[in-house]
Design a protein around this ligand. Structure first.
Ligand code: GUN
Length: 281
């Protein structure tokens, strides 16, 4: 079984990006800039944002975090986004989710200029991705996609089963695998027989947030299994896949932690650089 080392893959990607930033700096005499907006004091969000900032600095991006208290008015956040949209030194804008209840997530997402939307959440980017046009691609599925491609370059005709239909993961993951000529099944909480669907798969991407949902006997021999889950349990952090059981059948499997997580952040840096490059044309 191949243990897919997301930490190593992310470090390699960051090294490549660092080199690219050096070249861009020489060519344009400026570097791509990422601005993250963090609202409130949810601990996981604070940790993510700190990691994002650290990684951005490591590859030589200009990085800025703007923090607001939980009770900040929606108008203040929207005005800040408008200001960042106009700021030429800002290539990418990310508003960390989840947001406090009184702030309309969709309004926030739609205020970010599509060309600066490093999350790929703006409807314009979602539409472009599904039409096969150039777009920002959400960082987590992009990270999963790059890990799958590391194990198997040619995905032509493979059967992929995605567990979870979220806008963040499941839906964009479908588009990326369709582009690679996979036959994609997207499953969810109302799917009749999830086990039977998974048993058909050459590739499984589990992104539902249910601890160890995907069992060993759900996976046929030789399947590539990508675990997007990060679930806090009494046993500590576990994924959506039963790692010990599934590792007996899978051809390749991502660990949690150290699988998809580090790649997500590296892909955010990649997206920021792509936004910068597109803005220079
Ligand atoms: N919160 C958890 N994951 C994400 C993500 O990919 N983007 C943003 N903006 N917030 C998140």
């Amino acid at each position: 079984m191949i243990l897919i080392d997301g930490k190593k893959a992310a470090a390699e990607l960051r090294e490549k990006l660092k080199h690219e930033v050096t070249q861009l700096k020489a060519k344009y005499n400026k570097v791509p800039g990422l601005t993250v907006i963090l609202i409130g004091d949810l601990t996981p969000s604070q940790i993510y944002v700190r990691n994002k900032e650290k990684s951005a600095n490591e590859v030589g991006l200009k990085s800025e975090v703007i923090k607001y208290p939980d009770e900040v008015e929606e108008k203040t956040v929207l005005e800040k986004i408008e200001e960042l949209n106009k700021d030429e030194t800002v290539s990418g804008i990310l508003v960390q989710l989840p947001l406090p209840k009184h702030i309309d997530k969709q309004k926030v997402i739609e205020t970010i200029l599509p060309s600066k939307d490093v999350d790929g959440f703006h409807p314009m980017n979602v539409g472009n991705l599904s039409s096969g046009y150039e777009s920002s691609v959400p960082c987590t599925p992009l990270g999963c996609y790059l890990l799958i491609k590391k194990v198997e370059h040619n995905l032509n005709g493979k059967k992929a089963v995605i567990v979870g239909r979220s806008n963040l993961n499941g839906k964009p993951m479908t588009q990326l695998l369709l582009k690679e000529n996979c036959t994609v099944t997207i499953t969810h909480s109302k799917t009749k027989d999830l086990k039977a669907e998974c048993l058909e798969a050459d590739i499984i991407v589990a992104a539902v947030g249910i601890p160890e949902l995907v069992k060993g006997d759900w996976v046929k021999k030789g399947t590539i299994v990508i675990d997007v889950g990060i679930n806090k349990t009494d046993k500590g952090i576990v994924g959506d896949v039963d790692f010990n059981e599934v590792s007996k059948n899978a051809k390749a499997l991502t660990p949690v932690p150290g699988g998809v997580g580090p790649m997500t952040i590296a892909c955010l840096l990649k997206n920021t650089i792509e936004c910068f490059k597109r803005s220079q044309i």
